[in-house]
Write a protein that binds this ligand. Sequence first.
Ligand SMILES: C[S@@+](CC[C@H](N)C(=O)[O-])C[C@H]1O[C@@H](n2cnc3c(N)ncnc32)[C@H](O)[C@@H]1O
Length: 270
Amino acid sequence: MEMDTRVGGNYGLRDEIKAYWSTRAETFDLSPGHEIFSDDELAAWRSLIVKHLGKGEGRRALDLASGTGVISHVMDGLGFEVTGLDWAEPMLEKARLKAKARKRPIQFRMADVESTMEPDNHHDVIITRHLVWTLVDPAAAFSEWLRVLKPGGKILIVDGDFVNVGRTERMLKALAKGLERLGLLKSDPMHAPPGLAQTHTSIVSRVYFSGGARADLVADLLARSGFTNVTIDTNLREIHKAQSKHWNYLKALARGTQHRFAVSAVKPGG
Ligand SMILES: C[S@@+](CC[C@H](N)C(=O)[O-])C[C@H]1O[C@@H](n2cnc3c(N)ncnc32)[C@H](O)[C@@H]1O
């Protein structure tokens, strides 16, 4: 097991990740790309989900690493019976407050997604957005997810490679920063508090996908974990188009160059 000797023998990478996201909870929803800010974006998410997981119709859905509950609420709106799991209490608090404000019966529980404590063969579908890139042991997680899905149940992973930043993206971001400094370009909403950048880099260098979560690597690991019908979908254009209205044009262009994807798969049987 990995250890962090700075803090003492029992404090490991997983604790660092949990602490990082607990701190990030405060401003998480300010960011386009996290919270959904338009009907167009909501419609685009709904369409991606229905395409891969089908309609809700009261079927049981597990939102893994539900964060502030953004995707749980989309699933709820589609008619799924939703449970969201996350290990960061401040994220869960935000998610629960939203459910209360919207009077929606979504269950949010604290759990490690590598060991969910959910019953065997229980959920019709699993969805998880922006989690897999930060997993310590995705193979263990995928086996666990296979266990809790019903035979024939479907999974949808939405993620991206946030490690390999291409030349065009770097240039666009640098240009945006320069123009923002000169007051020639509107600053974007805060993504993460500046003090956390180093922690983020350090964590990313030690997770399983430290070289970047590429769609083919995720798909391959899903297949090796026992999933079938593994499908890569890189057509997230409608989602990105809707989100881009909330970034300045250079940042929007930069995001468009990133490797972002959805991977769906099925548990055999059913
Ligand atoms: C980038 S956020 C994504 C949140 C949400 N899925 C969304 O897309 O809005 C990553 C989330 O993963 C959670 N997380 C990371 N590893 C986890 C684990 N092993 N078990 C439970 N939650 C985890 C963090 O606490 C954080 O809320």
